[in-house]
Design a protein around this ligand. Structure first.
Ligand SMILES: CCCCC/C=C\C/C=C\C=C\CC(=O)SCCNC(=O)CCNC(=O)[C@H](O)C(C)(C)COP(=O)(O)OP(=O)(O)OC[C@H]1O[C@@H](n2cnc3c(N)ncnc32)[C@H](O)[C@@H]1OP(=O)(O)O
Length: 302
């Protein structure tokens, strides 16, 4: 257990301060207790947390319509919810899923990375790092119930889970498609992918910006199960039961042993990584690429 405790990400105070600030900007982070489960069921504007099974599993539903993009406000609310669950000894596992139809998450919010100032980019990137570190090193069993499209940052989020279940639908594509936007997946995105599908498959997937349809995602090992859309959550809960049959302390230490070195690479150079991101994203050429991509997304509609 000691290792698991030592592994906790060391910027809790900083994040909490940030979260309170963001919360204040939102008009207070409100945790509305409701239903027969009392305080165990809570919600912010963008994240719903519901009891999953036997009071020891929670289901976190991402609710940032239309596409669950990972905006700064969303990240703040998600991290507060996750921390509440981590601190509640009753919970041992969390299923992460989407409340938005056909989309698990569209990844990082492009509007947070386009046309803003360096201070904003730095604040945003710190929150993205925090999301990854918290999820990747979580003591909880995390199961991603991926009920829709899952590109880039959405895929990163799913990759931090212990198990991934993908819905068998043409919309449910998953992958790190950064190069298609003219940007580059950071090293810790890449590391997480390599740890999941291996070096060669990652090299190909990253360079080509591949978004894998369900059968291919399963074949390459990007997801563990593909099931019909209406069975994603029930499958997630059944897989969860299997993982919860393992004693927590042994499973947590094993998870830490597998993931610590990867997380440490970022922890050791968080500030440099932020500066790297800020200077990369501020380049005129990158801003132009993002602008073109955003325009393409808009044109797709019309
Ligand atoms: C060498 C140095 C390296 C340093 C590293 C530095 C930098 C790395 C930087 C960044 C890493 C980024 C990772 C990311 O996550 S980038 C985001 C990538 N995401 C995508 O490519 C997905 C884009 N979206 C889609 O493909 C579709 O929207 C989707 C399939 C998810 C859903 O399709 P649907 O048809 O249902 O919905 P749309 O009509 O397309 O969209 C509705 C609405 O939402 C807007 N939108 C979509 N995605 C995003 C997004 N990611 N961020 C913000 N907004 C988004 C879309 O524009 C529509 O808006 P509107 O027209 O209704 O206003």
């Amino acid at each position: 257990m000691a290792l698991a405790v030592r592994m906790r990400v060391p910027c809790r105070a900083l994040l909490c301060a940030g979260a309170q600030l963001r919360g204040a900007a939102l008009g207070r982070p409100e945790w509305a207790a409701g239903g027969g489960d009392g305080a165990r069921r809570f919600a912010s504007l963008r994240v719903l947390v519901e009891p999953g099974a036997e009071g020891r599993v929670a289901v976190m539903k991402l609710k940032n319509p239309p596409v669950n993009s990972l905006s700064l406000d969303f990240l703040t609310e998600f991290l507060i919810s996750l921390e509440k669950l981590e601190n509640d000894k009753a919970f041992r596992g969390v299923v992460i899923t989407s409340d938005c139809p056909n989309v698990f998450s569209a990844g990082l919010d492009l509007r947070e990375m386009y046309g803003r100032n360096p201070g904003h980019y730095a604040e945003y990137w710190k929150a993205v790092q925090e999301l990854w570190l918290r999820l990747y090193l979580s003591n909880l069993v995390l199961v991603a119930a991926i009920n829709g499209s899952c590109p880039a940052g959405g895929c990163l989020m799913a990759l931090t889970s212990d198990v991934r279940i993908l819905s068998d639908s043409p919309k449910s594509v998953i992958g790190l498609n950064e190069t298609l936007l003219g940007i580059v997946a950071p090293f810790w995105f890449k590391d997480t992918l390599v740890n999941t599908i291996g070096h060669r498959a990652s090299e190909r997937a990253l360079q080509l910006g591949l978004l894998f349809p369900p059968a291919e995602a399963l074949q390459v090992g990007l997801v563990d199960h593909v099931v019909p859309e209406d069975q994603v959550q029930s499958m997630a809960l059944s897989v969860m039961a299997h993982w919860l049959a393992i004693p927590d302390h042994a499973r947590q230490l094993t998870k830490a042993m597998m993931r610590k070195a990867t997380a440490d690479r970022l922890i050791k150079q968080r500030e440099a990584d932020i500066q790297n991101f800020v200077s990369f994203i501020s380049r005129d050429s990158i801003q132009k690429s993002l602008q073109i991509y955003l325009e393409k997304l808009k044109q797709k509609k019309g």
